[in-house]
Design a protein around this ligand. Structure first.
Ligand code: GAR
Length: 295
């Protein structure tokens, strides 16, 4: 349960303790002060009392929790938390891919055409990060799973098509409009045009489900990668995260993580093992890279 909360809020164990302490103390104070206020202004009608008490609590709770969060150093966490509750309750509108940026914000566009499991992990990872935000999903396949994820997460989408992507201006206008800082490829299978690489120097990265420079290149995606690894009786496979240049699955390698290939592996079982590696390492690598902590 605690581990789940830690993963969901992306906090360390110590920070989780502070957050839970803030919830507990802030909640108790809300109840205590709420009752005090109700005693100062007594109401005889039971229903009116309950409704008034609920309103008092709803107003008091965010104030108390924010106050208590200060000594615990968790003010920013709770500002974000309350902001999300307000969005869920429909009190304020979620920013949906607008040009609104905070001065220090790093804005990511995820390019994906598949089911989007990596995209989902990246979105989850940065959900409570006040400095890094996924603001756009670019996809070339109508109906792709990643578009559903974007919709659920209220992230803007751009459905690109060949003519515009490879000729035209490579969607640079739209990327500029969304003030994109980094492009993250997560299962996007088109080659990135030169114009885009020039516009985002060392700001486009890709993940590949094998140990590059082997088992990459045009047509090397999905089960084909794992089938080829198995056909060659490799003992190891893994993932590669790399900068993108004008060749498929090419560019300076940032990270390779290995996993074993087991004797009874099928393309499917190997794919699953590799996917776990992708989900574990891609979001954290992106965070280090975009914040300049990657050496
Ligand atoms: C991932 O395994 C990624 O490595 C691969 O597409 C998959 C997308 O999965 N990318 C490539 O093969 C690039 N050559 P997802 O839609 O579940 O994130």
């Amino acid at each position: 349960m605690l581990k789940k909360l830690q993963q969901r809020w992306k906090v360390s164990g110590l920070r989780l303790t502070f957050v839970l302490a803030t919830f507990a103390i802030g909640g108790s104070l809300t109840g205590y002060i709420g009752r005090m206020l109700m005693n100062i202004f007594p109401i005889n009608n039971t229903w009116l009392w309950i409704i008034t008490y609920l309103i008092v609590i709803i107003i008091l709770w965010p104030v108390m929790v924010l106050l208590i969060s200060i000594p615990f150093g968790q003010f920013r966490f709770f500002i974000n938390y309350i902001h999300k509750i307000e969005i869920r309750m429909g009190l304020i509108k979620a920013e949906r891919g607008t040009n609104k940026t905070k001065a220090s914000e790093i804005r990511l566009a995820i390019f994906a055409s598949g089911t989007g499991s990596n995209a989902q992990k990246i979105i989850d990872h940065f959900r409570n990060n006040p400095h890094i935000r996924v603001v756009l999903i670019v996809c070339n396949k109508p109906g792709a799973g990643v578009l559903k994820i974007a919709d659920q997460e209220k992230i803007s989408t751009l459905l690109t098509e060949k003519e515009k992507f490879f000729r035209g201006n490579a969607n640079l206008d739209e990327l500029k409009q969304y003030k994109i800082d980094w492009i993250i490829l997560a299962g996007f299978l088109w080659k990135i045009p030169d114009a885009m690489i020039r516009a985002f120097p060392d700001k486009i990265i890709n993940i590949h489900p094998a140990l590059l420079p082997n088992y990459g290149g045009k047509g090397m995606y999905g089960p084909k990668v794992h089938e080829t690894v198995l056909a060659n009786h490799e003992k190891e496979s893994g993932i590669t995260i790399h900068y993108v240049d004008n060749k498929y699955d090419h560019g300076k390698i940032l990270l390779r993580v290995k996993c074993p290939v087991l004797p009874d592996d099928t393309a499917d079982s190997l794919a699953q093992r590799v996917h776990v590696l992708e989900h574990t390492h891609y979001p954290a690598t992106i965070e280090k890279l975009v914040t300049g902590r990657w050496y």
